[in-house]
Structure formats: structure tokens, C-alpha cells
Design a protein around this ligand. Structure first.
Ligand code: ASP
Length: 326
């Protein structure tokens, strides 16, 4: 019987990085002449026929959003041409959740798309990248993983891109979703799904839609915050703003006049929370200033949804409806 075909698109990150010594777990770099993900092919090819495509070779905090859009288009093309039965993306963990969610917003149901990375470089003692990648490849070949939305495979767990977040700066068990949990696990090569993401009504966007992605900034709220941050973002041409607000999306009184400026300039403002779990609910400020509650989307994911929404429409109510379905 022929093996399933898996396309691995590599983006760089710690999984593709090396350090000077085996105990260098936090100091390491990408080597332009070496892609350690490629070196894992002999192990992976026991599970699937693999094609590796070096899509980018960057620390994930340096990946331009346009490259992630290109990645979505490339995955759409792989699916459309039936070039692979499943797709794995290897990525730095810092912004892994953003790329995974962006892909989730741009790709319809179909062949599995699994994003993975590593907390430790390829050269480290107990490097986690090789097993994360092998597990991701296994998941990408699993019929059960199809139509589940983009999945993240880290540290033997499977999570939905919609909910997963990086919650620890260095540990191998950095990924999870405090409220929603994982959707499955991989142990001893066996995959078990125990939750299904509710994807049916979520907003989806066309990766081939024309036009630039609009400029959307995140404003991190804090005690004694100055409205100047908001005013600057508006003057800088932002089409949308996401507030990483305190608590349940609170907006300080000192900042409210800037919401009026934003509204007059057609800038859509979304209220998310810096708290890390729970949903931002509707509030009086939304009626008074036209802001939109982000629900359980964290600020970095709310920003991605707002960018794609703003490319389609500037209508505040239409965008608010997308956030309610997200
Ligand atoms: N700085 C790295 C990155 O995101 C961290 C990692 O990959 O874990 O590229």
C-alpha cells in the first residue's frame, strides 16, 4: 500500500535553529545554510512520503503578515491540485498561534493542516522538535484530522488554532487554551481526538481576495494609560485598533475621547482583554462609541480577524457580527 503524502512547509523558528552546545536551550540561531527540519526526513519518511518546502527561514516574530498570506495561498494550491494528503507547517512558537489562526480564517474545511514548532533548538538535549514534527506528520495523515480547522500539535497535544495560545515563554508544554482545553493527544504514535472544534459558522475569508491587508494595531492598556497611544495609531493611518484591555474589556475614561476621534475617522475599535482567558462581553461603551467586543479572541487573534474583516467591509455592524460568530 502506498504511503500517505505530506507536504511540510518550513517557516524557521526554534525547531529549525541550532545553538553552540547541547545545554544551550535559550541561546541559538537560524543558520542560513542549514535547515534541521530537512534533516529529520529519514525518520518522517517511515510514516509518509514527504516533500519539504522551505517557505521562510525566519524567527517567527520577524515573519511579515504578507508571507503568512502567501503561505495560506500555497496551502490552498496544494489542496486544490491534490499534491498532498495533509500539510504540516513548522514555525517559531512566538507567533505560531497567529499563523495557525490566520490560516484557519483563510482555509476552508479540507485536508488536515497541522502547525508545529519547538521550545528547544534542534541541537539541544531533549530537543522537542523532532517528536513534535513526527507527531504532526502522523496527525496530517489521519482522516479524523480533516475538516477540523487548523490544528496545532505541540508536546503530545492537539489544539484548535482558534483557541490555542502560547502561555509559557520557554517550557515545552507552553501551548494550551485555559478554558477550552485541547482537542486531542498523540501518544506512542496513536492519535486520539476527544473534542471537536465548532467550526461550522465561523467567518472564513478568501485567501485570494484582492487588496492590501489593512493596518491594525494592538494597544496594550494599563494603569494610568495615556490616550496618546491611541491618537498616534489613528494619526498613523490605522484602519482598526484592538485594545488589549484590562479585565472584561474596560476602557479608561481618559481614552474615551480618542474613541470618538477613531469613530469620526472610520477606525474600527475592538475590545479584547489582556487577561488571558474568558470572553469580553458587550458593554455600554459599545453603544456609546461603536466599539466591538472580541469575545474569547485574544488581542493578537482579534487583530487578525479585524484585518481580514476590514479588507472585506468597513461596516461596523457587519464586522461586529463576524466577531460574534468567531
Ligand atoms: N523566537 C522563536 C520564534 O518564534 C521562538 C520559538 O520558535 O520557539 O521564532
Amino acid at each position: 500500500m502506498s504511503k500517505p503524502r505530506v507536504a511540510i512547509l518550513t517557516m524557521g523558528g526554534t525547531i529549525a535553529s541550532t545553538g553552540a552546545a547541547p545545554d544551550a536551550t535559550t541561546i541559538y540561531e537560524l543558520d542560513a545554510a542549514r535547515n534541521p527540519v530537512q534533516e529529520l526526513l529519514p525518520i518522517l519518511s517511515g510514516v509518509a512520503d514527504i516533500v519539504v518546502e522551505a517557505f521562510a527561514h525566519l524567527a517567527s516574530h520577524d515573519i511579515p503578515i504578507a508571507t503568512v498570506l502567501d503561505l495560506a495561498r500555497r496551502i490552498a494550491a496544494i489542496r486544490a491540485r491534490n499534491e498532498a494528503d495533509g500539510i504540516v507547517v513548522t514555525h517559531g512558537t512566538d507567533t505560531l498561534e497567529e499563523t495557525a489562526y490566520f490560516l484557519d480564517l483563510l482555509l476552508p474545511a479540507g485536508a488536515p493542516v497541522v502547525v508545529t514548532g519547538a521550545a528547544r533548538p534542534a541541537s539541544a538535549l531533549s530537543a522537542d522538535g523532532p517528536l513534535n514534527l513526527l507527531n504532526a506528520v502522523r496527525v496530517a495523515t489521519s482522516a479524523e484530522a480533516a475538516d477540523q480547522g487548523v490544528l496545532v500539535c505541540m508536546n503530545d497535544r492537539l489544539s484548535a488554532a482558534r483557541f490555542v495560545t502560547k502561555a509559557h515563554a520557554t517550557a515545552t508544554d507552553a501551548f494550551g487554551a485555559a478554558e477550552q482545553g485541547h482537542v486531542g493527544a498523540v501518544a506512542g504514535g496513536e492519535i486520539a481526538f476527544f473534542n471537536r472544534p465548532r467550526n461550522g459558522t465561523r467567518p472564513r475569508f478568501d485567501p485570494h481576495a484582492p487588496g492590501e491587508l489593512p493596518h491594525v494595531d494592538i494597544i496594550h492598556c494599563h494603569l494610568g494609560m495615556s490616550p496618546a497611544l491611541v491618537d498616534h495609531a489613528i494619526a498613523d493611518g490605522a484602519a482598526g485598533l484592538v485594545f488589549a484591555s484590562t479585565g472584561n474589556g474596560s476602557i479608561p475614561a481618559a481614552v474615551k475621547p480618542s474613541l470618538t476621534t477613531a469613530r469620526a475617522a472610520g477606525v474600527v475599535v475592538v475590545r479584547s482583554s489582556r487577561v488571558g482567558s474568558g470572553a469580553v462581553t458587550s458593554a455600554k461603551v459599545d453603544d456609546e462609541y461603536g466599539t466591538i467586543p472580541a469575545g474569547s479572541l485574544n488581542p493578537q487573534k482579534a487583530r487578525l480577524l479585524l484585518m481580514l474583516a476590514l479588507r472585506e467591509t468597513r461596516d461596523r455592524d457587519h464586522i461586529a457580527a463576524m466577531f460574534r460568530r468567531a
